[in-house]
Design a protein around this ligand. Structure first.
Ligand code: ADP
Ligand code: MG
Length: 582
């Protein structure tokens, strides 16, 4: 008998003969068999009963207000746990909302499964105009790693197994599972149903690097005069924290963490070159990339950022062979999973590995001290209204005192400055806009971080960024999650001082002046506070983190303080032609 059909777990009116199971129960049983315990979603036709029955079967089902945020939650749950996060949506529009998150998960290499109900195949394929008609499978395919549709209840077990394996093996990513409405109520013999389920064995098999590749990498690294290690979020995902620390410390090589790799080693570590990033990228002669792609976030491995053309040799550890040579030549590709690759490098380094030349490490140390000293003064400002540095100085102290808290961060200036200013002290504690640099991940990530880890979450949000997922404060209050949101309110996007040259409307980049985001949280029974100084901010955040109560702090930031597009202004074209206002 299917566990989910135990008489005590079904309502009387839906009671069925115990020896029969159906699509609903088989989906739930298949997920549970594979130790998937949480679903993020939005109920509706045809998956309402699936969520209800999953909850009755003991799964955690977190219902959101919009599918994109449920999807983002599932994606980051995947990053944090190495198990695919599950997002459950209705058909057509709900599916499309979830698809944005699925595409984002795939881009970021986070394992996730989007499960969407869909309308009747016969009608959809003949385009006869069904309720929420859409060929979802075809639309999902190019935007994710794999996409499957199930037509027979007896195939649910194998489909869930395929989806899990596709999501977590090799380079992790998003998988779409299309479940037409009719499938859910298809019944079959319970015993045959139970037998049709598959428990995935070794879902993400170790992939050992070739010994030759390891030797080649070590040969290059050994010759380096100015070596550098770049740790990316793949390294954070791999949960090979001790081995990575060993690699850095035994090699003596300075390292820079990419944004979500911060805290893999504490940002205060003596070998961290984060505060001398420009110098090390420009001057290093050998760069070892560990789970970091040479995409736009690393200026594609070339150009001014990387110094003279041809001045660098790249070694790259990645599980995806096709990542090699994607932007520049990789002289020593090491293809395999990070835990196995790093272990093999450590093995090959032996006991007599020579530390990098002191000229290199001393130069980095000097630059780092200089930059940190410059920054320290700015962080101590206790002015009203606050600028970004004053506010972030307060939050930096809080995270140092509460290293287990998870920091979620999005915005423009709010993102760029927080990334540089707030030190992280433990792995996988910083969750942010990732590979696409998008806005809108905030509340989804915050909710999943709280649900998956039980640790307090501090979400530092630009006022614009917060707006994309702001309604989920109701979800936070409903589940009483220990999330403290700080909205850096500078009245607009980038800054709040633009005007419409014609004088007719608000400028395109400004919001309602002096808005009180804190009252949104109060509307749902959470705590709302508005603050104007770093001291007040500090007190309010500490109180929220101590109490664990859902809190939103409206932090009033000087509208003059931001810069257009934060650090990536160069990607934001500006017309040099300015016509007179109409
Ligand atoms: P960042 O933005 O932090 O630089 P990226 O997302 O660009 O990080 O790069 C992450 C890389 O890590 C991807 O190329 C991905 O294939 C790789 N990766 C993810 N998980 C693993 C793993 N377990 N072992 C090896 N490589 C991995
Ligand atoms: Mg703003």
């Amino acid at each position: 008998m299917s566990a989910a059909l135990a008489p005590s777990l079904v309502d009387d009116h839906s009671a069925v003969e115990p020896e029969i199971t159906d699509g609903f129960h088989l989906v739930i049983d298949a997920l549970k068999l594979n130790d998937i315990t949480t679903i993020y979603g939005v109920p509706g036709i045809p998956i309402t009963d699936l969520g209800r029955l999953a909850q009755a079967a003991g799964m955690r089902v977190i219902s959101f207000r919009h599918e994109q945020h449920a999807g983002n939650a599932a994606a980051i749950a995947g990053f944090l746990t190495q198990k695919p996060g599950i997002c459950l949506t209705v058909s057509a529009p709900g599916f499309l909302n979830g698809l944005t998150a699925l595409a984002n998960a795939t881009t970021n290499c986070f394992p996730m499964i989007l499960i969407s109900g869909s309308s009747e195949r016969e009608i959809v394929d003949l385009q006869q105009g069904d309720y929420e008609e859409m060929d979802q499978l075809a639309i999902a395919k190019p935007l994710c790693k794999a996409a499957f549709r199930v037509l027979h209840a007896a195939d649910i077990g194998i489909a869930v197994a395929r989806a899990i394996r596709a999501a977590v093996s090799g380079r992790p990513g998003g998988v779409y599972l299309d479940l037409p409405a009719k499938l859910f109520s298809q019944t079959m013999d319970a015993e045959a149903g139970a037998k049709s389920l598959v428990k995935v064995i070794d879902a993400a098999p170790a992939q050992l690097p070739a010994p030759d590749a390891v030797k080649r990498a070590l040969d290059v690294l050994r010759q380096a005069k100015r070596p550098l290690i770049v740790l990316g979020k793949g390294a954070a995902y791999a949960q090979a924290d001790d081995a990575i620390r060993d690699l850095v410390e035994r090699s003596g090589i300075p390292y820079v963490p990419m944004s979500m790799a911060k805290g893999l080693l504490p940002d205060t570590h003596a070998q961290s070159a984060g505060a001398a990033r420009s110098l090390v990228l420009k001057d290093a002669d050998v760069v070892l990339l560990v789970g970091a792609r040479l995409n736009w976030l690393l200026s594609h491995g070339k150009g001014k950022t990387w110094g003279a053309p041809g001045s660098k040799k790249f070694i790259q550890i990645d599980i995806e062979p096709r990542e090699m040579d994607s932007n520049v030549e990789i002289v020593a590709p090491v293809v395999g999973d990070i835990a196995s690759c790093v272990a093999a490098l450590l093995d090959g380094m032996g006991k007599d590995w020579a530390a990098p030349p002191a000229a290199w490490t001393d130069a980095i140390q000097a630059k780092r001290d200089e930059n940190l000293a410059k920054m320290a003064n700015k962080l101590r400002k206790n002015a009203a209204p606050m600028d970004f540095h004053g506010a972030l100085g307060a939050l930096k102290t809080i995270i140092a005192e509460r290293p287990d808290a998870i920091l979620v961060n999005e915005g423009a200036n709010t993102l760029d400055l927080a990334r540089g200013i707030i030190d992280m002290h433990k792995p996988r504690k910083r969750l942010d806009v990732g590979t696409w640099g998008i806005m809108g991940i905030g509340m989804g990530y915050a909710i999943a971080a709280a649900v998956e880890t039980g640790h307090p979450v501090l979400a530092v949000e630009g006022d614009s960024a917060f707006g994309f997922s702001g309604m989920e404060v109701e979800t936070i209050c409903r589940y009483e999650l220990p999330i403290c949101i700080v909205v850096f309110n500078n009245n607009g996007i980038y800054r709040g001082t633009d005007t419409d040259p014609t004088g007719r409307d608000p400028a395109t980049t400004v919001f309602v002046r002096d808005a009180r985001y804190d009252r949104m949280m109060e509307a749902f029974g959470g705590v709302g506070v508005s603050v104007t100084t770093p001291d007040e901010l500090s007190q309010a955040v500490n109180k929220a983190m101590d109490s664990g109560r859902p809190t939103l702090i409206n932090a009033v930031i000087d509208p003059q303080a931001g810069t257009e597009s934060g650090n990536i202004g160069s990607l934001n074209p500006q017309s040099t032609v300015r016509k007179k206002p109409a």
